[in-house]
Structures are given as C-alpha cells and as structure tokens.
Design a protein around this ligand. Structure first.
Ligand SMILES: NC(=O)C1=CN([C@@H]2O[C@H](COP(=O)(O)OP(=O)(O)OC[C@H]3O[C@@H](n4cnc5c(N)ncnc54)[C@H](OP(=O)(O)O)[C@@H]3O)[C@@H](O)[C@H]2O)C=CC1
Ligand SMILES: Cc1cn([C@H]2C[C@H](O)[C@@H](COP(=O)(O)OP(=O)(O)O[C@H]3O[C@@H](C)C(=O)[C@@H](O)[C@H]3O)O2)c(=O)[nH]c1=O
Length: 290
C-alpha cells in the first residue's frame, strides 16, 4: 500500500480510520490531529508533505457544528474552503491523490427523488455553503481527487445523533424528534472501509461520488430505531421542523443516489439499520468493558 496521510485524524471519521488501520495492520497510514497538522498553516503542511511524501491524503478535517456555523461563518469558510484549498494545492504540487469528504447539506432539500452527483446544489445554511465552497476548491485546484459526499454520520466516536439520542434517552422519558427531514444515516466505519477500498483498488476513476448507507429515514425513524435496537423504552414524538427550532435550516430531503460509486468503484453498501445495530452493539460492549 502507498503512504497515506490523514488530516483531522482525531475527529469521528479519523478515529474510524485509525481503528480500521489497527485491525488491518496498515502501517503506511499516518494520522495527524489538528495539533500536529493545522490545515490552515501552509508552512506546517509543506513540512508534512516533505516528510511523508504521501501518495494519498485523506481530509477528515472540517468545521462540522451546523448551528454554530450560522454565527461563525468566517471560521467555517476558513476551514471548509481555505483549509481544503491548501491541501488541494499541495496535493497537486506533490502529485498526491486527495480524498475529501463533503455532505448532503450542499443540497436545498426541495427534491423528492434520490439525488445523483449531477443534481444542482443550493445550500440553505452556512455549513452547507462552506462545504460546497470546499468542493469547488478541490475541483479547481487538483485533478487527482475523490470527493465523497456523505450524510448523517454516526459511530462510537465523537459527537453524533446516535450518541446524543442515547444520552437524552437516559435523561428524559420523552423526546421530540423531527420527522419532516428525510435522509440516509451512515455508519462512519462503513465510510472508512469505503475510503480504504478506494485506495487499495488503486483506481484512477477520479471525481465526485455519493456514499451513505442504503435506505431512507427521517430523524424520527432514526431515533426510534436507535431506542428499539438498544432496547430502551423511550417515548419519541414526531414533530415538524417548525416545532423544533434550530439556528440553521436543514434540508427537508437529502437522500443521495449511490449508483455511481457502486457501479464505478465496486463499493458494496450495507443497509442503515444493520450498520446501526453493529454500532450499538459496539457501544454497549465498550461500556461493559469500563
Ligand atoms: N458528522 C456528520 O454527520 C457528517 C460529516 N460530514 C463530513 O465528514 C467529514 C468528517 O466529519 P466528522 O469526522 O464527523 O467531523 P468531526 O467534527 O468529528 O472532526 C473534524 C476534525 O477536524 C479537526 N480540525 C478542526 N480544525 C482543524 C484544522 N484547522 N486543521 C486540522 N484539523 C482540524 C478537528 O480537530 P479537533 O478535534 O482538534 O477540533 C476534528 O478532529 C467532514 O468533512 C464533514 O464535513 C459529512 C456528512 C455528515
Ligand atoms: C437532539 C435533537 C435533534 N433533533 C433534530 C435537529 C436536526 O434537524 C436533526 C439532527 O440534529 P443534529 O444536530 O444531531 O445533527 P446535524 O448536526 O444537523 O447533522 C448534520 O451534521 C452535518 C455535519 C452533516 O454534514 C449532515 O449530514 C448531518 O449529519 O435532528 C430533534 O428533532 N430532536 C432532538 O432531540
């Protein structure tokens, strides 16, 4: 396997990649946290590229606080556009392939059928705008790239909807959860597996790809499944977005069509509930260990 550098390695997806690398004894992957490699610091990045001479860079670094981004647009843009531009330029100069992660939040949510890669984008919040700006920077600055749009990521690591629901479910008897926003949950371990198989395949079918778990859910369906599979008796009440106000608007429909990644790169994708069960089992095993 070629030398790989992962940026933003202590985030959710970065930690999933670290777990896979340990399990598969992949010693060629170098994991760099924000402390070790700030993607806004070009001098540091140049040193990293000179030291590792990576064939692949995986960018897991991002500003992901969707509501907070509404008040911190400049910071979100800096990281999600300018940081990504820095990595893209260096990848081009060093002939490295960039694997960059983007989001379903680049879409407006006004569609009713699964979205392909050629569908028009129209973000409705600052986070989505900043991620779209990052995608455009990658495309403009380096040809050897894979941009993978994913959605509703969760795992045993970091902050995510599954862990929030499990925490709130212990604290409250009843939860209100939005049912008029529909998408596809994605287990970050499955995405990490997908990223490594793209690298292992050595494919040069660069471009934009959609990847989420198979199937469709509202956040309400997702919450119900989390409690059902965890055998927790929590009453979940479906509410409309208008009844659960958040700083940032979120797309009403952001289900992505994964035909391209399955057909072109031969990626197999698990059904979301099967992967959710795997994640919940692992969360409970790690709690039992403590
Ligand atoms: N989470 C989700 O639901 C979804 C995420 N995505 C995308 O997937 C990717 C991974 O997301 P996820 O793992 O959940 O995100 P996290 O928020 O868990 O991780 C982001 C990481 O970026 C790091 N970071 C922040 N600033 C910098 C910097 N200046 N230089 C280097 N690293 C920095 C953070 O470091 P530190 O810990 O030190 O702050 C953190 O480790 C992102 O591109 C995100 O936009 C797409 C769809 C859904
Ligand atoms: C906690 C909570 C949330 N919600 C709603 C709010 C929101 O519409 C939805 C999800 O809330 P969260 O804030 O957990 O998730 P959010 O940060 O919106 O998740 C998004 O993150 C970014 C990074 C992405 O790229 C997206 O794909 C998506 O995963 O659930 C409820 O209805 N009830 C609740 O009790």
């Amino acid at each position: 396997m070629h030398t790989i550098v992962v940026f933003g390695a202590s985030g959710q997806l970065g930690q999933c990649l670290q777990k896979l690398a340990r399990e598969q004894n992949l010693e060629q992957i170098n994991f760099l946290s924000s402390q070790q490699a700030n993607i806004l610091d070009v001098d540091t990045l140049q040193k990293v590229f000179a030291e590792y001479k990576p064939a692949y860079c995986i960018n897991c670094a991002a500003y992901t606080a969707v509501d907070k981004a509404e008040d911190e647009a400049e910071q979100a843009m800096k990281l999600n556009r300018d940081g990504v531009s820095n990595l893209s330029r260096l990848c081009r100069e060093q002939d490295a392939t960039l694997i960059h992660i983007s989001t379903d939040f680049v879409f407006s949510g006004s569609h009713h059928l699964p979205l392909t890669e050629s569908e028009d984008t129209l973000p409705i919040n600052v986070y989505g705008e900043s991620k779209l700006a990052g995608e455009k920077a990658v495309v403009a600055l380096t040809q050897k790239h894979f941009i993978i749009r994913t959605s509703w990521l969760y795992s045993e690591y970091g902050n995510n909807f599954v862990k929030t629901m499990l925490r709130l479910g212990k604290e409250r008897e009843q939860l209100k959860v939005i049912w008029d926003q529909v998408g596809s949950p994605t287990y970050a371990m499955d995405l990490a597996t997908c990223i490594l198989s793209i690298i292992k395949s050595k494919t040069s079918q660069y471009g934009l790809y959609h990847y989420s778990n198979e199937g469709v859910a509202s956040w309400y369906d997702f919450a119900q499944a989390i409690f059902e599979l965890s055998r927790m008796a929590v009453k979940v009440t479906p509410v409309r977005s208008a009844e659960y106000l958040t700083k940032a608007r979120r797309p009403a429909y952001s289900v992505m069509d994964k035909s391209k990644i399955k057909r072109t790169l031969g990626i197999a994708i698990p059904y979301w509930k099967h992967s959710l069960q795997t994640c919940i089992n692992r969360l409970y095993i790690s709690t039992d260990d403590k």
